[in-house]
Write a protein that binds this ligand. Structure first.
Ligand code: C2O
Ligand code: CU
Length: 536
């Protein structure tokens, strides 16, 4: 394996706005933020474009990042200043490229410390470490993507999963560079864990040690002590690790969760490892002990963190979940297949894969939606994105009506009134799917008020919502045979992307956008664009 540097991280105080200037190529070269040799390939192909994942960017969607949603791609050799504006985020968030599949290697953490004069809402750790779960690709990721699109098949898997840029000891060729986290017995460490993999939901654990989750995405949570966590692409967890075991070295490890049969090898099913090593004199056990991880297809295990996560909901970290909602939407999220006619298709049973929300597969426009909205350019998008009526079908039955299996293709968004209170029930369907759908919303964090397996029941399920201490997140895993209900106040005017963070689902069309209208007050209106917006 080649050289891989640790990802960059920026330390930001939430009360400040920082500017990152220069081309991303320069920034990355300077900080060694990506796996170099791959980065060069990516840069030759197209300049990276960055999203500030989970940064809410109040009133300023202009530098939010997703291509053809809020801006056009930054062309090779050109520059664009990416302004970061935080609102209430704290803990660990991240940034990544949002153009094609470049985010595979172009990503890093943004760490938001408590405001000056305030403390962590948990015992102060002795030290902090960043753990970025990623992937090694021998091929150019965009070539993998293009090949998948050309054949209609699942794209190839990566060549290894990584912890901080290293595949770990199970790959003898790179064993000498396995990531090591050195600890002192008796101390407590804060691990900031990010899943930056393209498609893989990951089980993660540390041998003989428990982890206490104290935060997710951009907010803190009530402590939740676990033997393992499940982390979906796009999510972050802050966990406390107590070095309270016999001084030795121990493996931490991650594997993919997938309900697809193992032989359908589009998920990386390797195990990546790193080492937690106690300082001191002792004879280390050989090999270090491996953590116990759930079986790769253990769906029950995959929902355990989601089932128990709660927000702090106290005076310093109040819960502002809307108790009632003015806009109620039901969106189905599906992976679909197209029959192949006059075409050579290499997907399941000779079909071509597609994805959709409410049976509409998102068609990317050629100028960004934000610009079209702001300057009133017609013909770029439609604003008739539908909400499905509840309980029409059993969406998780084995067969759906044909009309639900063949999506149409369109560029449709939904318009939200400023300050409307929104509930979205995201209903997974079983048309085809090997995993849950980590649905991510830009511009707003949302409260996860309920979830379940099977079809959402509009009469029964809302009665069980958690409106007391639901977690505040920006990426939530919708079970492929289940549903999740989220609530937020549409208080951020602009254009905001919502999509599945499984990259191939995004490529196939599992996305849409919201336009949040301006409020009356000048303070409730979008700010004007910067002068250096990249042209289309
Ligand atoms: Cu982390 Cu739109 O993505
Ligand atoms: Cu998905």
């Amino acid at each position: 394996m080649g050289h891989a540097a640790l990802p960059v991280f920026y330390n930001v105080d939430p009360s400040h706005v920082r500017k990152q200037t220069g081309s991303y190529a320069q920034a990355f070269a300077k900080h060694g933020g990506v796996y170099k040799e791959q980065m060069e390939k990516v840069i030759k192909w197209r300049e990276a474009l960055t999203e500030l994942h989970g940064v809410n960017m109040p009133r300023y969607p202009w530098t939010d990042g997703p291509e053809y949603i809020t801006q056009c791609p930054i062309q090779p050799g050109s520059k664009f200043s990416q302004k970061i504006i935080l609102s209430s985020e704290e803990g660990t968030i991240w940034w990544h490229a949002h153009s094609d599949w470049t985010r595979a290697t172009v990503h890093g953490a943004i760490i938001v410390y408590p405001k000056n004069g305030t403390k962590y809402p948990f015992h102060k750790p002795n030290a902090e470490f960043l753990i970025i779960l990623g992937q090694w690709w021998k091929s150019d990721v965009n070539a993998v993507r293009d090949e998948g699109l050309a054949t209609g098949a699942d794209p190839n898997a990566s060549d290894a999963l990584l912890i901080n840029g290293q595949p770990g000891d199970l790959y003898p060729c790179s064993k000498s560079s396995t990531f090591k986290l050195t600890v002192d017995h008796g101390k407590t460490y804060l691990l900031r864990i990010i899943n930056a993999a393209l498609h893989e939901a990951l089980f993660f654990a540390i041998a003989k040690h428990k982890m206490t989750v104290v935060g997710t995405d951009g907010s803190y949570t009530k402590p939740l002590t676990r033997d393992y966590i499940t982390i979906f692409p796009g999510q972050t967890y802050n966990v406390l690790l107590e070095a309270n075991q016999r001084p030795d070295h121990y493996y931490m490890a991650a594997i993919t969760y997938s309900v697809a049969p193992k032989y359908r090898n589009f998920y990386d099913n390797t195990t990546t490892t790193a080492i937690v090593q106690y300082r001191g004199y002792y004879t280390p056990s050989s090999p270090p002990s491996m953590p116990h991880l759930p079986a790769y297809n253990d769906t029950n295990a995959s929902v355990q963190v989601m089932a128990s996560l709660r927000s702090l909901a106290n005076a310093e970290h109040p819960c502002n979940v809307p108790l009632s909602t003015s806009t109620n939407l039901i969106y189905t999220v599906s992976v679909n297949t197209y029959p192949c006619i006059n075409d050579s298709c290499a997907g399941a049973n000779g079909t071509r894969f597609s994805s959709s929300i409410n049976n509409i597969s998102f068609h990317s426009p050629t100028i960004d939606i934000l610009e079209a909205y702001y300057y009133n350019i017609s013909g770029v998008y439609g604003d008739k994105f539908p909400s499905v009526p509840p309980l029409v079908f059993d969406f998780t039955a084995d067969y759906l009506p044909l009309v639900y299996e063949l999506p149409s293709s369109a560029t449709e968004v939904r318009v939200l009134e400023y300050n409307s209170t929104v509930e979205i029930v995201l209903q997974g369907t079983t048309v085809v799917s090997g995993t849950h759908h980590p649905m991510h919303l830009h511009g707003h964090s949302f409260y996860v008020v309920g979830w379940g397996f099977g079809n959402f029941d509009e009469n029964r399920d809302p009665l069980r919502y958690n409106l007391v201490d639901p977690p505040l997140q920006n990426t939530i895993s919708v079970p492929s045979k289940g549903w999740v209900a989220i609530r937020f106040e549409a208080s951020n005017p602009g254009v905001w992307f919502m999509h599945c963070h499984v990259e191939r689902h995004l490529t196939w069309g599992m996305e849409t956008a919201f336009i949040v209208k301006n409020g009356k007050h000048p303070e409730a209106q979008m700010l004007p664009p910067p002068s250096d917006m990249p042209p289309c």
